[in-house]
Design a protein around this ligand. Sequence first.
Ligand code: AFP
Length: 300
Amino acid sequence: MQNFSEYLRSKEVSDDLMSVLETLEESVKQISCSIIGGHCCKNAGSVNSSGEEQIALDLQSDEIITNEISKNSYIGLIASEEKPGEERVGRGEFAVCYDPLDGSSLVDVNLAVGSIFGIYKAESFIGVRGDDQLASMIAVYGPRTTILLTVKSGVVEFSLNKDGEFELVRDDLKVESGKMFAPGNLRACAFREDYKKLLAFWCENQYTLRYSGGMVPDVNQIILKGKGVFSYPAYEETPEGKLRLLFECAPMALLMEEAGGKASDGRVRILEKEVSYVHERTPVFLGSKEEVERCDEYLG
Ligand code: AFP
């Protein structure tokens, strides 16, 4: 079984990018420990730049990643969902954006949560597109701690073993067709006939519902099962949608497209959208080609 570094070497990833990814791998190991440690479910008494209540684990996860990144001179720029804006942290040419703990409202009810990372070479995140990413990865803190990674040559899964090593457990993951849906933001149905009609299609065609309220485990499931669609549309109350382009949608979109799926905002590819503000939100539809095209048809 290849470990994380052996896999990267086998893909001839450059030494500097490998070092960056190993830093993020180490962060994930530490976050996994802090979640299992069970503390920090309490509210931190603060809100992030998106106006969302922070729990102590959000802040602790952010601190773990920021601390590990500070030791890596290849990384010069960071942006975190838990920080107000991008921060220059050195002269390195790599830029890492991350949602340190996505699904924090699920921690206290013991549901799976995750971390999301996008890796670029950029002087600023303003103006980048998801297509500019050199790599992206998500970590899932569930019964097992796993990582889905792409270095733009397919998608692979690693699992943290009892020796504290991530080992490669699945490679060349592909998303084809299949009747599974993860429909977010059902509130929008009160305002959007088109979303109601799309949901009716899925229900009338006996799709299997798989929605946890955590984007990371929900998208992870679609990639591992090789089928399905995750939807989170906008509506009057959230005209740009809820999910963040830079921290959540672009890294996931890269994984989905590398697995042969699609990712759109209902009109354009997520990976083509230029970031104009680090906390910018977007509607998002991720999954098999067929299902995302259906979302575009119904909602575009
Ligand atoms: P929290 O981080 O507040 O738990 O939100 C999780 C999330 O950002 C994403 O992981 C989910 O897919 C989405 O929000 C769920 O949103 P709804 O609560 O509107 O279903």
